[in-house]
Design a protein around this ligand. Structure first.
Ligand code: ADP
Ligand code: MG
Length: 238
């Protein structure tokens, strides 16, 4: 597991500062949740960690390694998005194993790793189905499996539950928590949902307008909000 360190990250889109001076550490093995309203810069920051966007300023380290100028495929990350486009013509088994096939692993190795992830996510009975034969929640589990099977140093999730209904969201929160307890991957998880953040996070980073407002354990953010924005957004009753 690897620690992720962001130092002075800034991002400017067409003259607008979307991120300003972000300093953050995701400790090795921790589940850090980026929480903030729509448009505050969460996805931009996640994409910068992934290497999908280039920061206007600042450096990113994974452990001792400066990855700021590396492409996504050189960073040892895996990402899950809100819309989990699975390969429609492939079975679940093939969807999960695809990245390993590209890496040149043998059939036996792929089968073993796919089986391990399927067990972890409780989708063993779905391996021979096509995505169209799955529910939304099952499809999202496959998308998570497809990312996890690559055994990334850093696991990035951008609002992965937003497209699911309330009941499934609640189930998946529990699943994700269990999954992290078992795998202990260094995780950065983006959401605008306070309940998700409170349930999942080892620490929460509250963002607004491209700036970090507070970074602390959920119970501290809740009980001792750093400012009015945090108090209003996280909603400690006054
Ligand atoms: P969040 O994920 O918190 O909803 P985003 O990181 O997607 O926020 O967006 C932050 C701000 O940056 C928004 O105002 C958005 O319109 C703007 N933005 C995001 N991506 C781009 C882009 N590629 N070009 C221009 N502006 C962008
Ligand atoms: Mg977003």
């Amino acid at each position: 597991m690897q620690r992720v360190h962001l130092q002075g990250i800034a991002k400017n889109f067409g003259g607008t500062n979307v991120l300003e001076q972000i300093d953050l550490t995701i400790e090795a093995g921790e589940f850090l949740v980026l929480l903030g309203p729509s448009g505050c810069g969460k996805s931009t920051l996640l994409n910068i960690v992934a290497g999908l966007e280039e920061p206007t300023g600042g450096r990113i380290h994974f452990g001792e390694r400066d990855v700021t100028d590396l492409e996504p495929d050189q960073r040892d990350i895996a990402m899950v998005f809100q819309s989990y486009a699975l390969y429609p013509t492939m079975s679940v088994r093939q969807n999960i194993g695809f990245a390993l096939k590209m890496r040149g692993l043998s059939k036996v190795e792929i089968a073993a790793k796919v089986a391990g992830v399927a067990k972890l996510l409780q989708i063993e009975h779905l391996l021979d189905r096509k995505p169209s034969q799955l529910s939304g929640g099952q499809q999202q589990r496959v998308a998570i499996g497809r990312a996890l099977v690559r055994e990334p140093q850093v696991f990035l999730l951008d609002e992965p539950l937003s497209n699911l209904d309330a009941k499934l969201r609640a189930d998946m929160r529990v699943e994700l928590k269990r999954l992290h307890e078992r795998s202990r991957r260094t995780t950065l998880y983006v959401t605008h949902d306070q309940v998700e953040a409170m349930t999942l996070a080892s620490r929460i980073v509250v963002m607004n307008k491209g700036r970090v407002q507070q970074c602390d354990r959920p119970e501290v953010v809740y009980a001792k909000p750093a400012n009015r924005f945090v108090a209003g957004f996280v909603g400690a009753p006054t």
